[in-house]
Design a protein around this ligand. Structure first.
Ligand code: APR
Length: 267
């Protein structure tokens, strides 16, 4: 679903934002867990929305598994090249800049994202843990030897595209994202789980809470004693774990949250 920005949050959302600002003001360590909804207002389609045009006839399982890549490398590599172009044409919306500004109010703020678009880093967030990898990194499919992004082919059109070969072993090169059936990167996962268990507040933005294991993070934070704050226009599976729910799009709620913190700091 795509939600466009409106001028100001609704009254009950404004009350929730004020409560969230109070929690964040008192927290030492804050985790911001983000999902596909974080990028909607930057015009980046969610995984399923990205199955349009040339790609509409495929299931995600035909484009985002190792087996699919080995069967149809040019198809899968071409789809990711197209998604990379969409991301490059997008710019971070005000919610991203609000998360950068939030670093001024919190001693330790870490973003843990399921997104592979790199928008948090582009906006300037300093600590970002990428749970599902990145569209901007590549490695070979057999040994996972790293491959330089600058050498990855980029077709100008929405088309299939043969992947390059690994200079070390000759295996086809794939995007460094987590595909269906694959485990998450060990270091990022360990870091995210530790942070969730030890933070005082977790902001959960734009995730349905349906994709495991990332969906566990709000529940781990809650079990560890953190206050869980959800930012989402719609109810989700995360809502059950949330102490404070800010119903609204990230591009409205997050700037309003920073404004509330700024006002609090000035009084
Ligand atoms: N602001 C905040 N949230 C929004 C907005 C918005 N403007 N627009 C939509 N949302 C919410 C939706 O209500 C939904 O709850 O974003 C959520 C998106 O849910 P999913 O598409 O399921 O995204 P996510 O939870 O990140 O799971 C997707 O699965 O396809 C794999 O690896 C891929 O990381 C991806 C994950």
């Amino acid at each position: 679903m795509w939600i466009t920005r409106s001028q100001a949050p609704a009254a009950d959302t404004a009350r929730a934002i004020a409560a969230a600002a109070g929690v964040l003001r008192a927290a030492q360590r804050v985790v911001v867990a983000t999902g596909a909804g974080m990028s909607c207002e930057s015009g980046i389609p969610t995984f399923r929305d990205a199955l349009t045009g040339l790609w509409a006839r495929y299931d995600p399982e035909e484009l985002a598994t190792e087996a699919a890549f080995r069967r149809h490398p040019a198809r899968v590599f071409g789809w990711y090249a197209w998604r990379r172009r969409l991301v490059r044409a997008a710019t971070p919306h005000p919610g991203y800049h609000a998360l950068v500004a939030l670093e001024r109010f919190v001693p330790e703020l870490v973003i843990v994202t399921q997104n592979v678009d790199g928008l948090h880093r582009r906006a300037g967030s300093r600590r970002v843990v990428e749970l599902h990898g990145s569209l901007d990194r590549f490695s070979c499919v057999d040994a996972r030897h790293p491959f330089p992004a600058a050498a990855a082919p980029e077709p100008a059109e929405d088309t299939e595209c043969e992947p390059p070969s690994c200079p070390e072993c000759g295996a086809p090169v794939r995007p460094d994202v987590v595909w269906f059936g694959e485990t998450l990167p060990a270091q990022a996962t360990a870091e995210a789980w530790d942070l969730a268990a030890s933070c005082q507040a977790m902001l959960v933005v734009g995730t349905s809470g349906l994709v495991q294991p990332a969906a566990q993070l709000p529940f781990i934070a809650r079990d560890g004693g953190a206050t869980v704050i959800e930012v989402n226009p719609d109810p989700t599976d995360v809502s059950a774990a949330a102490h404070i729910i800010c119903r609204g799009p990230a591009g409205v709620v997050l700037p309003a949250l920073v404004a509330a913190l700024t006002e609090g700091a000035a009084t």
